[in-house]
Design a protein around this ligand. Structure first.
Ligand SMILES: Cc1cc2nc3c(=O)[nH]c(=O)nc-3n(C[C@H](O)[C@H](O)[C@H](O)COP(=O)(O)O)c2cc1C
Length: 150
């Protein structure tokens, strides 16, 4: 069984609800989880699994609660080669910058040599008014990577 840290970026609470829901599903499967709404690099284990659930705000911007963590990663450039990660982005396809924050997290973690588990999910809130449902469908496939690689 795995330890999974769910890291949220959220302005209106939707991404936090998704993270809480996935945390419950992971624990039902016997994994240990922690949901972090204000991540701090110095407090996180980088030999672990991080699952980001992050919405996009402004014009393709990160939510305020995850911006400091993104700045830490960008400035400190830690070696994340022992880290495995997944990304769920929440956004609205009516914006040119659809799910830009999730995409940028994915690119940032990749540039720091972390290993992605599965494919990123970009949830279009204009198509999925309950993002937990879209996330749960994705999660059924994603969780298979936990069994095969840990
Ligand atoms: C002011 C504002 C700006 C937004 N900008 C974007 C954007 O640039 N790209 C995008 O994909 N979605 C954008 N969205 C849509 C949000 O990402 C979407 O509603 C998401 O579900 C909010 O998640 P949250 O409740 O976790 O903050 C924006 C929403 C608001 C209210």
């Amino acid at each position: 069984m795995s330890n999974i840290t769910l890291i949220t970026g959220s302005t209106l609470g939707g991404a936090e609800y998704v993270a809480d829901h996935l945390s419950e599903l992971l624990e039902q499967d016997g994994h240990s989880t922690e949901v972090i709404n204000h991540a701090n690099l110095s407090e996180l284990n980088t030999n672990s699994i991080w699952l980001f659930v992050c919405s996009t705000h402004g014009a393709g911007d990160f939510p305020d609660n995850i911006q400091p963590f993104i700045s830490q990663l960008t400035a400190q450039k830690p070696d994340l080669s022992a880290l495995k990660y997944g990304v769920i982005g929440l956004g609205d396809s009516s914006y040119d910058t659809f799910c830009a924050a999730g995409i940028n997290i994915d690119n940032l973690l990749n540039s720091l040599h972390a290993m992605k588990l599965g494919e990123r999910l970009d949830v279009d809130i204009s198509q999925h008014s309950v993002p937990e449902d879209a996330a749960e469908s994705w999660f059924v496939e994603w969780k298979k990577h936990l069994c095969s690689k840990n």
